[in-house]
Design a protein around this ligand. Structure first.
Ligand code: AMP
Ligand code: MG
Length: 402
């Protein structure tokens, strides 16, 4: 057996083996976090007309520049109404934000700079009147047919607004992965169920689901299996038929009841790697089934399970929805850290503001990978290259958020 892959190599193996899911058309309301499989161009100029940006009155600015301060109010231009026309340069039209600038007007004076009484508007001497003041002119932001959202764009809030503005009720995106979290372990007991002194609460599925939900992955089923090779084989075969991602926790180490790797091979999942040169989470397992489903065997210890989900499953999910890899987020260490073992370290950190370094990652080591209580208050973890090494305060490490 060769040397174990580094975390970066393991992530690359995950990305290489996961293909983007098929493209489907989905309604706008279900697209947050999805990745466009087809580019979107502008339906119209944006703004589509000279758009009033302040409540006030629209005038012909030359009249003001010639000295006129009092204007007869000849009508009201509301948003959503077809454009009115200013018949005389000595008159004005009341206008509302979002309305089209009426024909014959070239600027807007905001309500704060005028008084309206008895059908006339008196404009303050200090009003800043000039052509196109308080008007968002047609086509300033983009032109009809401009490329707005290229293929591969991940849809966050601004992108969704632009998509809607392009007039499309649906968009072509890669399918949302169907995920199942499968915990294993005879010692685990569901919250709400009576528990014996020697048993453990089943907490991983909740944490893993939370980390997925916070990233917009919501199609998540859940199962729990005993440490029984036959049951594992039977249930895994079923889950592989109905999910794109199977995320297991537990049963991948060297213990006598760690049946997961063998059960996965038995149901035809090809092992891509087992073990990564990292701590915690060294027993991490990854493989691909005959149908192309991705299978992750996360170590059961809660800290290991969570870091491995963030470090390997999340990049795999992003590959499956066709997203570009998220860029690394370098973060300076807020305190020095000495690392002995020749393994990469996933070190939990809390983000803090330092007077000299700005935002820093303060190391919050746990008492081993079973100590998830110590993760409380942490924001994520940094990845430190293998020791032995003394990492000084200010050392830039890749930060991963929980
Ligand atoms: P394993 O990887 O199955 O050897 O499990 C390692 C440790 O993690 C054991 O102490 C397990 O009890 C614990 N563990 C495994 N799965 C879970 C889970 N779903 N929730 C909480 N602890 C777990
Ligand atoms: Mg176990």
């Amino acid at each position: 057996m060769g040397p174990l892959p580094t975390p970066a190599e393991a992530e690359a193996l995950v990305r290489e083996r996961i293909k983007a899911l098929p493209v489907e058309s989905r309604p706008l309301a279900s697209l947050a976090g999805a990745v466009l499989a087809k580019a979107v161009r502008a339906e119209r100029d944006q703004p589509p007309f000279d758009r009033v940006t302040m409540d006030g009155v629209a005038i012909w600015s030359a009249s003001w520049l010639e000295g006129r301060r009092r204007f007869v109010v000849a009508g009201t231009q509301a948003a959503g109404r077809p454009p009115l026309s200013l018949e005389s340069p000595d008159a004005c039209l009341e206008v509302m934000t979002g309305a089209v600038l009426p024909a014959g007007c070239d600027c807007v004076v905001p309500v704060e700079k005028l008084r309206i009484a008895d059908g006339t508007a008196d404009i303050d001497e200090n009003a800043a009147v000039e052509p196109f003041a308080n008007v968002h002119t047609r086509g300033l932001d983009c032109r009809e047919g401009d490329m707005l959202l290229p293929h591969g764009t991940r849809l966050g809030a601004p992108e969704l607004a632009v998509l809607a503005s392009a007039g499309l009720p649906r968009a072509s995106v890669h399918a949302d992965p169907r995920i199942i979290i499968v915990t294993t372990g005879d010692e685990l007991v569901e919250p709400g169920e009576p528990i014996e002194g020697w048993q453990i609460r089943r907490s991983n599925s909740c944490a893993l689901r939370g980390a997925l939900a916070l990233r917009g992955f919501l199609r998540v089923a859940d199962d729990h299996l005993p440490d029984d090779p036959q049951v594992l084989r039977d249930r895994l075969a079923v889950h592989l038929d109905t999910h794109d991602f199977v995320v297991l926790s537990g049963g991948v180490s060297m213990g006598r009841f760690d049946y997961v790797p063998q059960a996965l091979r038995d149901v035809g999942v090809e092992e891509v790697f087992h073990k990564v040169a990292q701590r915690p989470g060294k027993p991490m397992w990854f493989g691909v089934s005959r149908g192309g489903q991705a299978v992750f065997g996360l170590p059961g210890n809660p800290v290991s399970a969570l870091v491995c989900l963030v470090r390997y499953v999340v990049p795999g999910l992003l590959a499956a929805i066709g997203a570009h890899p998220a860029p690394a987020e370098p973060m300076p260490l807020g305190a020095p850290y000495r690392l002995q073992p020749p393994l990469s370290l996933f070190l939990p950190v809390q983000l803090e503001r330092s007077p000299t370094l700005g935002l820093v990652a303060m190391p919050k080591p746990t008492r081993g990978s079973g100590d998830f209580i110590s993760l409380l208050g942490t924001d994520g973890f940094v990845e430190l290259p293998p020791g032995p090494a003394d990492y000084p305060s200010g050392y830039l490490a890749d930060f991963h958020r929980w």
